[in-house]
Design a protein around this ligand. Structure first.
Ligand SMILES: [Zn+2]
Length: 287
């Protein structure tokens, strides 16, 4: 779904009618064109007179539904509301809660706002799944949730780092994509995670955890880090920045999260982080 990767920054102010929202999604669906027949490849179409969300191929008469095969499929919510919700979810550092979404979009039902939010998160998660990390990757485990509530979740986090040269010619690193897996820190889980999200033979920096130092299919380099913040900052800066920011985001925006939804929340956080947050110290946009 390419439209998820497009910039939402100005979307909210530009889109003020269902008609504009529809036109925007037609363009996103056909990669910037108004129509490409999925059956015969022809680019000319008839607009259905009564059904604004249907276009028909002029050559083979195949009918294309705007919502089919998209996140909007089977939804009764207007496309304008959908786009505004996506824009709100993916912009800004903090994202939104379902309650905020409901009030910002003037929706009557909290449940509808909640469903909308979770569908968007799921789409972001699926999109992220197709990307594998490469170059140099930092890996660590983290515990989310408060100890005294007994509602704690263990997570594995991998963050891609890239060397780049700034405008003054200084060499710096910045973070690229991040991946998370809700799982206990064992060698077995770590190996599964690495095989799934990291390209073979990439370089992997970790602490000296016995679950990490013998990982296969990657080139592991480790240091005894302990809890010394200076060593942490030097050896695993990005993964620790990611973990501490994700924790305060979840605590601040969502007031804690149920374990079963943590994966989706982290996917949303990862998505926004990659664009706005992690790299903002050094550069505005990742790529
Ligand atoms: Zn056709």
């Amino acid at each position: 779904m390419k439209y998820l990767q497009m910039k939402f920054c100005n979307l909210l102010s530009e889109l003020d009618s269902e008609e504009k929202a529809r036109a925007w999604i037609w363009l996103a669906k056909f990669d910037g064109k108004e129509f490409i027949c999925p059956k015969c490849g022809n680019a000319t179409y008839y607009q259905h007179r009564k059904k604004a969300e249907v276009r028909e191929c002029k050559t083979c008469h195949f009918a294309v539904r705007l919502r089919a095969g998209t996140i909007f499929q089977n939804s009764k919510i207007s496309l304008l509301i959908w786009l505004k919700a996506m824009s709100l979810v993916t912009q800004g550092k903090r994202g939104v809660s379902a309650l905020k979404l409901q009030s910002d979009l003037g929706m009557k039902s909290y449940d509808t706002a909640w469903t909308l939010l979770h569908k968007i998160r799921e789409a972001l998660r699926q999109r992220d799944e197709t990307y594998t990390l490469h170059n140099i990757i930092e890996l660590d485990g983290a515990v989310f949730g408060k100890r005294h509530t007994g509602n704690q979740t263990e997570v594995l986090v991998a963050v891609e780092t890239k060397d780049w040269i700034d405008q003054k010619g200084h060499r710096k690193t910045k973070a690229g994509f991040a991946k998370v897996l809700v799982a206990t820190e064992t060698k077995e889980n770590a190996q599964k995670f690495v095989d799934k999200v990291i390209e073979k033979n990439s370089m992997l920096n970790t602490d000296a955890s016995p679950s990490f130092i013998h990982l296969e299919n990657v080139d592991v380099d480790y240091q005894v880090v302990g809890s010394d913040p200076e060593t942490l900052d030097h050896w695993l800066p990005w993964v620790h920045k990611f973990i501490s920011n994700a924790k305060s985001w979840i605590a601040g925006t969502h007031h804690g999260v149920e374990a079963k939804y943590l994966n989706q929340y982290l996917a949303e956080y990862t998505f926004r982080t990659c664009i706005h947050d992690l790299t903002s110290r050094e550069s505005r946009v990742m790529e």
